[in-house]
Design a protein around this ligand. Structure first.
Ligand code: GLN
Length: 389
């Protein structure tokens, strides 16, 4: 038989999504892959019902249906504080996963370098491999997950084509400060690089932290490809509606990549989602309040259990320190946790370039009763761990 490509031998399937499969086989409460177990807003479900019996069932324009782009441009202009042209500066994609991949393929030639903060959302390494780029990792050191300016500048001295910025960050829950973003802006200008953002948690930020869109910094719109999606903001991860926003000449390139990767995002879902893009500001306040309540409930539970963690400033993940249990690896710990304790988490090592084995990631985008059940099960953790290690 002929051999398969070298490309696919250089990365594994997603550990996050693998943990979901493990959780399903052993009946664990799934706090691994981040997605809600509650419904999206009722207006969205009603809109979808109406679309289903209507006439929009064929392809939309490849870079996104006009009414969807117009509603998105209006909403993002409002939050980002920048005018966005729906006709020339947006590509609607199948989730931000495709937006990031299209962005990478648009700016990188094989062999180009890309700066990635570590820990990082695991897609970025695969995106780099698939587009032929080579990641340069810059550590965000636990427990605070700050970067060292000198280390970042050393990465830029290697002349990367782009930096990937996940803000608010998955898996750390870090929200980059204005000062940190200004450091990045100074470096991308000095070394003439692009920034590709992943801002899918843009509306899930806890007080007193504030999300600052990188593209909104002076002079940065021209070199930024802002990627995001409707998945987390409207609790519709399965709809796969994402987008990228960039200056027109970058969008022209990204449209071509997108056209041949997927042709387009689902037309009926774009039509239904216009309703959500038109929500007023109070929707985003309520979303933030809901997640603040979930975060506080979950971390109080971790406090009661005496577990050590880093308080998330944004997104819906929390990194917990498992050093005290003496497991051989975080992977072994997570498999055991799912099977014996009945709670699924993601081993931290799948996010780190460095050899970090003492952290695991839980997410808390779940109904209160689901989080209660998970915390109840975790109540047995110490006792069971003692028997095991
Ligand atoms: N962002 C989610 C996570 O980190 C997963 C998204 C996905 O699986 N596409 O868990």
């Amino acid at each position: 038989m002929p051999r398969l490509s070298n490309r696919i031998e250089n990365f594994t399937d997603s550990v996050i999504r693998r943990m979901t499969r493990i959780a399903n086989t052993c009946g664990a409460v799934n706090l691994s892959q981040g997605f809600p177990d509650f419904d999206p807003p009722v207006e969205l479900k009603k809109a979808l019902e109406k679309v289903a019996v209507g006439s929009i069932h064929q392809y939309a324009v490849t870079w996104g249906a006009k009414n969807f782009r117009e509603a998105l441009a209006k909403k993002q202009s409002r939050f980002m504080g920048i005018p966005i042209d729906p006709d020339t500066q947006i590509v609607v994609t199948c989730g931000s996963t495709e937006a990031m991949m299209a962005a990478m393929m648009t700016v990188c030639n094989p062999g180009d370098k890309v700066v990635v903060f570590s820990p990082f959302y695991e897609n970025y390494a695969a995106d780099a491999i698939l587009s032929g780029a080579e990641p340069i990792y810059v550590p965000l050191r636990p427990p605070e997950f700050n970067f060292d300016i000198k280390e970042l500048e050393e990465a830029f001295e290697l002349r990367p084509k782009a930096l990937i910025l996940c803000n608010p960050a998955n898996p750390t829950g870090k929200v980059f400060t204005l000062e940190e973003l200004q450091v990045i802006a100074r470096l991308v200008e000095k070394y003439d690089a692009f920034v590709i953002t992943d801002e899918v948690y843009e509306h899930i930020v806890y007080e007193p932290y504030k999300h600052i869109y990188f593209a909104s910094l002076p002079g940065m719109f021209d070199r930024t490809i802002s990627c995001s999606s409707l998945s987390k903001t409207y609790s519709i991860t399965g709809w796969r509606l994402g987008y990228l926003i960039a200056p027109a000449h970058i969008v022209d390139g990204a449209r071509k990549v997108h056209d041949f990767l997927t042709v387009g995002a689902a037309a009926p879902l774009q039509e239904a989602a216009v309703v959500a893009l038109n929500f007023e500001d109070n929707y985003y306040q309520e979303l933030k309040d809901m997640y603040t309540e979930k975060r506080d409930f979950f971390i109080k539970g971790l406090d009661r259990l005496g577990l050590k963690y880093t308080v998330p400033q944004g997104a819906y993940y929390v990194m917990v320190d498992i050093s005290e249990f003496g497991a051989k690896s975080d992977l072994e710990f997570c498999e055991w946790l799912a099977q014996e304790v009945g709670v699924a988490a993601v081993p931290g090592s799948s996010f780190f370039k460095e050899d970090v084995n003492h952290l695991i990631r839980f997410h808390f985008a779940k109904k209160k009763e689901t989080l209660e059940e998970a915390l109840k099960r975790l109540g047995n953790l110490r006792e069971k761990a003692k028997e095991k290690w």
